[in-house]
Design a protein around this ligand. Structure first.
Ligand SMILES: [Zn+2]
Ligand SMILES: [Zn+2]
Length: 400
């Protein structure tokens, strides 16, 4: 039989209430009678069969060894709780109001349109490199960040622009037809030299693109050569592209290898309190996507249970605990054909505490995989809450 090994070890450490909650996941089922856990002042000792694992805690806390309780050995998991003793006697703690997150980084552009600079770019499919525009290069004069979901879109009307200089070369007349935002359709309308972008997608004027390079199914646009899903076209005026599906030749924009970083960044921004958005005590997020080749949407509901959790995770190589600033969430993947799920979705969508973000199918898939992997740190017996699964989203080191 394969040797029993630790797959993962995490401690939910809540320093305020001096509590530690340890979950240890093994690669195979454990025998209760062959498993022993003991605590020392600065060490957790796990004995399984003849193997002994030691985890040093001194860097973070001391353990009150008499407080050891709730030991559970079940299937592939060991879990237990303990009270910590503060080992930093002269430590003073500065309490932040609500303990807010710093805002995540904004998307960085190597381009400043405010001084009339222009940028020549060509746009290709990120998968096969097929040129998507009618001419080899296009000229961008204005690149603007779209308002986030919680901001009032009315700030975007042309007649409310504060800095006229920026827009001089884009609008010759100031009538309503030159607005970037169409009130009637509730859509942003980039002009031929405009690029509007959000955390997951960008909008460009349709006339820039060569229709014969696309294969369009309903409103979904695919690359004709490799059939990668590029984005959507919900109006004649513009196309919405997913960031990861197209490529700009001169690296005008940031490159992200792992889309989960973009998602974490959006969550982090959503939780940060130093913006205009006041975060309510209850935070609910819906991530939504459209399934390619099916006229269906998929949703994952995420409710934030704990905004500031110090999650200590054992690094298997160094055998040291490492701190991961995380949020604890419960999440639910919805199945559109299920009537209960449909009802839950409607209920969430009506809730004032809910914010919805739309993701590409690829990103949505990455998010679900991430939530699932993270939830596997928690023993099955503690993982489920109604139909929801508990999981962690790590928000430290979120760098775009
Ligand atoms: Zn392609
Ligand atoms: Zn405008």
């Amino acid at each position: 039989m394969e040797q029993l090994k630790i797959k993962n070890l995490v401690i939910e450490y809540r320093s305020r209430i001096q509590a530690g909650n340890c979950f240890i996941h093994f690669n195979n089922a454990l025998d209760q009678h062959q498993t022993k856990v003991s605590l020392k002042a600065t060490e957790i000792i796990i004995q399984v069969d003849d193997d002994v694992y030691k985890v040093e805690t001194k860097e973070f806390f001391d353990i009150n060894i008499k407080s050891f309780h709730s030991l559970l050995v079940k299937d592939t998991f060991i879990s237990f709780r303990f009270i910590t003793a503060n080992n930093k006697q002269f430590d003073t703690e500065v309490l932040k109001v609500n303990g807010s997150y710093d805002k995540g980084q904004r998307i960085k552009l190597n381009f400043d349109s405010s001084n009339g600079e222009e940028e020549e770019v060509s746009v290709t499919c990120s998968n096969c490199g097929s040129l998507l525009t009618t001419s080899k290069t296009i000229t961008l004069k204005r690149i603007l960040e779209l308002p986030s979901n919680n901001l009032d879109v009315s700030d975007w009307f042309c007649h409310r622009h504060n800095d006229e200089k920026i827009f001089n070369n884009s609008h010759t007349e100031r009538d309503s037809s030159s607005n970037c935002f169409n009130e009637e359709t509730q859509q942003f309308q980039p002009k031929t030299n405009d690029l509007f972008y959000g955390p997951f997608c960008l909008l460009m004027n349709s006339s820039l693109f060569e229709k014969s390079r696309f294969r369009q199914k309903r409103n979904l646009i695919h690359c004709k050569r490799c059939l990668q899903l590029l984005g959507e076209s919900n109006s004649n005026s513009h196309i919405k592209f997913w960031w990861e599906s197209i490529h700009f030749t001169n690296k005008l924009f940031f490159a992200v290898d792992n889309p989960i970083v973009l998602i974490k960044n959006v969550i982090r921004n959503h939780l940060s309190t130093d913006g205009l958005v006041v975060v309510t005590p209850i935070v609910k997020i819906i991530f939504e996507t459209t399934i390619p080749n099916a006229d269906q949407k998929m949703h994952v509901l995420i409710q934030v249970m704990e905004k500031h959790l110090q999650l200590l995770q054992l690094n298997m190589e160094s055998s040291q605990l490492a701190e991961k600033k995380s949020i604890k969430v419960m999440y639910l993947m919805l199945n559109q054909s299920n009537a209960d799920d449909e009802r839950t979705l409607k209920y969430w969508q009506k809730d004032i505490n809910t914010t919805t973000f739309e993701l590409s199918f690829k990103m949505f898939h990455t998010l679900c995989e991430y939530l699932k992997t993270q939830s596997e740190l928690i023993p099955e017996v503690y993982r489920t809450n109604n139909c929801f699964q508990l999981s962690y989203i790590e928000l430290s080191n979120v760098n775009v």
